[in-house]
Ligand binder design. Structure first.
Ligand SMILES: Nc1ncnc2c1ncn2[C@@H]1O[C@H](COP(=O)(O)OP(=O)(O)OP(=O)(O)O)[C@@H](O)[C@H]1O
Ligand SMILES: [Mg+2]
Length: 227
């Protein structure tokens, strides 16, 4: 068993619907090395968000294995599960979910508050915003930021706790073509700079030129499109 990167082994997930069984993921397997950028494409309803939810331990698979480094994710419970969700994994969603009453920097620092580490991580939060091209915007409120800028604040927030795995669900869905491409390029840069494995769900194949691997979910199976 490899002790680095992400390893997904024959994951399956079904939902009950209308009296029948909706087999969303059928024995999906893939691996990603540390610092890889992996894109998951596929039509609406194909299971992209379901897969990301399982990778982030927000959902459990029916069967199969999931390893991040030496962490056996399905076996996590209690404090270890809390730490996995809050520190080991970072999430970026299509909607940025920034708090309107908080500045950009305060929004980035939100994940540190439960552990009482807001002050300690203030420098890192500011550095991440600078890294993402928002040096003049630390004290701006979300209402004063463009869509792409808000999305970058959400990316900085997801990175605050130095996750090993960054899960991004359609993070560019609300951006125009130019900003979507910029955001995708940012993920590639971050993977190297922050030593994080990125798994991104997207409809938009145009964005994926620089990604190290691209998969498509097709009728519950995962197929490699590019590596
Ligand atoms: N909690 C749930 N209960 C029942 N069915 C669900 C649940 N979550 C998702 N599904 C079903 O699983 C399938 C996959 O949904 P999922 O959200 O993973 O698709 P997706 O690829 O992310 O789609 P989109 O591109 O529209 O975001 C869909 O048929 C959906 O209806
Ligand atoms: Mg989805």
């Amino acid at each position: 068993m490899q002790k680095t990167g992400l390893q997904v082994l024959e994951l399956s997930k079904s939902y009950q619907s209308g009296g029948g069984e909706n087999k969303v993921l059928k024995k999906i397997s893939f691996t990603a090395k540390d610092n890889e950028t992996v894109a998951i494409t596929g039509p609406s309803g194909s299971g992209k968000s379901t897969l990301l939810s399982i990778l982030g331990s927000l959902e459990t698979a029916d069967s199969g294995e999931l390893w991040l480094g030496s962490i056996n994710v399905a076996r996590l419970a209690g404090k270890e599960l809390y730490n996995y969700r809050n520190k080991t994994v970072g999430f970026v969603f299509q909607e940025h979910f920034l708090l309107p009453q908080c500045t950009a920097l305060e929004n980035v620092l939100l994940p540190a508050i439960p552990a009482g580490e807001g002050r300690k991580l203030k420098k890192r939060g500011g550095e991440l915003l600078v890294l993402l091209g928002l040096s003049g915007k630390l004290d701006s409120f979300p209402s004063q930021l463009s869509g792409g800028e808000k999305q970058r604040v959400a990316i900085a927030r997801a990175l605050l706790n130095s996750p090993k795995l960054l899960l991004c669900d359609e993070p560019t869905g609300n951006l125009d073509a130019v900003n979507a491409k910029k955001a995708a390029d940012i993920f590639v840069k971050l993977a190297a700079k922050e030593q994080v494995t990125v798994v991104m769900a997207t409809h938009n194949k145009e964005l994926l030129k620089n990604f190290t691997a691209v998969y498509a979910i097709d009728n519950g199976s995962l197929k490699k499109v590019k590596n």
